[in-house]
Write a protein that binds this ligand. Structure first.
Ligand SMILES: [Zn+2]
Length: 268
C-alpha cells in the first residue's frame, strides 16, 4: 500500500477524469491520497472531492505563485477554513495540513515581500491550529529554513514537498527535525544531487508524492498528465536507490505519511 501525499486532483487535467484516475490509483496500490489546494477557491473544490471519496484527505494553503493574486479576504477565508468555520463536520478530520505555502524565487510571480507576508500568515495559522505544513520552496530553500527557524513550535511538523536539492540543503532541513518528500524528479537522469539526498535521509523522515498533474516519473516521464498511480514508480526507484526491498520502503513511507499528517482510520 502506498500514499500519494501530494497531488492536485482539483486541477482540470485530473478533475475531468477523476473516477478513472482514482480507479487506476487503487489498482497501483495507492490506497490513500492527499489533494493539495493552492488557493481558497481551490480549497472549495478539494472539500467537494474529499467529501465524495473517503480515501482522500486534503491540504489547504496559498501557493507562492498566488501570493499577489490573493487579497486579505482570501487569507481570511483560508484562516476560517483552518479554524473550523466552514462547517465541514466530520470532513474536518481530513484537513491534513496547511499548504502548500512557501517561497518561489525561481518564477517570482509575486514580489518577494508579498510572498513572505503570505507565507508567514500561514505559518502562524499552522502554529495556532497545530496542523503540519507543506512547503513549496524553489530557489528559496535557505530563506524558507531561516523563516522556519523563527517558528520553533513547527519543528518536526514541516515537509519540503518535491524536494529537489542536494545533501547540504537536505541536512539543514533534517537537522531542524523536518521532512523531505520526493516526486518523480528523483527518477530523472539529471537528478544526481537529489538522489544523494534521498540516499542519506533517515528512513523515518521521508515521504513520496507525485505532484500530479505535473512531473511524471521515469519511465513515464513523457506521459501527461501525471497521476497518483505513478507514485508506484517513484517508490520503486527510491527503494532501489536506498538498497531497500520495495515492500519495506512502501510500508515505511506509508507509516511516515500516516504519522506526519495524522491520517485517521476513516478510509480502508
Ligand atoms: Zn503541488
Amino acid at each position: 500500500m502506498l500514499i500519494d501525499t501530494h497531488c492536485h486532483l482539483s486541477y482540470p487535467e485530473l478533475h475531468r477524469q477523476l473516477g478513472d484516475v482514482l480507479a487506476r490509483a487503487q489498482q497501483a496500490g495507492v490506497a490513500r491520497l492527499i489533494t493539495v489546494a493552492t488557493s481558497p477557491q481551490d480549497a472549495r473544490l478539494a472539500v467537494d472531492i474529499a467529501r465524495a471519496h473517503p480515501q482522500i484527505s486534503f491540504a489547504a494553503g496559498v501557493h507562492p505563485h498566488e501570493a499577489a493574486k490573493v487579497g486579505d479576504e482570501d487569507l481570511q477565508a483560508l484562516a476560517d477554513l483552518h479554524r473550523g468555520r466552514w462547517r465541514l463536520g466530520t470532513l474536518e478530520e481530513r484537513l491534513a495540513a496547511v499548504g502548500e505555502t512557501g517561497l518561489d524565487f525561481h518564477y517570482d510571480f509575486a514580489p518577494r515581500q508579498r510572498q513572505e507576508h503570505v507565507f508567514r500568515f500561514q505559518l502562524a495559522l499552522a502554529v495556532e491550529t497545530g496542523r503540519p505544513v507543506i512547503i513549496h520552496a524553489r530557489e528559496a530553500e535557505l530563506r524558507v529554513c531561516d523563516i522556519l527557524d523563527e517558528h520553533p513550535a513547527l519543528a518536526g511538523r514541516v515537509v519540503f514537498h518535491c524536494f529537489s536539492k542536494g545533501p547540504d540543503v537536505a541536512r539543514r532541513i533534517l537537522d531542524a527535525g523536518n521532512w523531505l518528500s520526493f516526486t518523480g524528479v528523483l527518477t530523472f537522469r539529471n537528478a544526481a544531487e537529489v538522489q544523494a539526498s534521498a540516499r542519506m535521509a533517515p528512513a523515518d523522515r521521508i515521504m513520496i508524492e507525485t505532484d500530479a498533474p505535473y512531473l511524471s516519473p521515469e519511465p513515464l516521464r513523457k506521459v501527461r498528465p501525471c497521476e497518483p498511480a505513478f507514485v508506484a514508480h517513484t517508490a520503486r526507484f527510491l527503494a532501489a536507490l536506498r538498497g531497500e526491498p520495495p515492500e519495506t520502503l512502501a510500508a515505511r513511507t506509508t507509516q511516515n505519511a500516516v504519522r506526519f499528517f495524522s491520517l485517521g482510520s476513516h478510509a480502508a
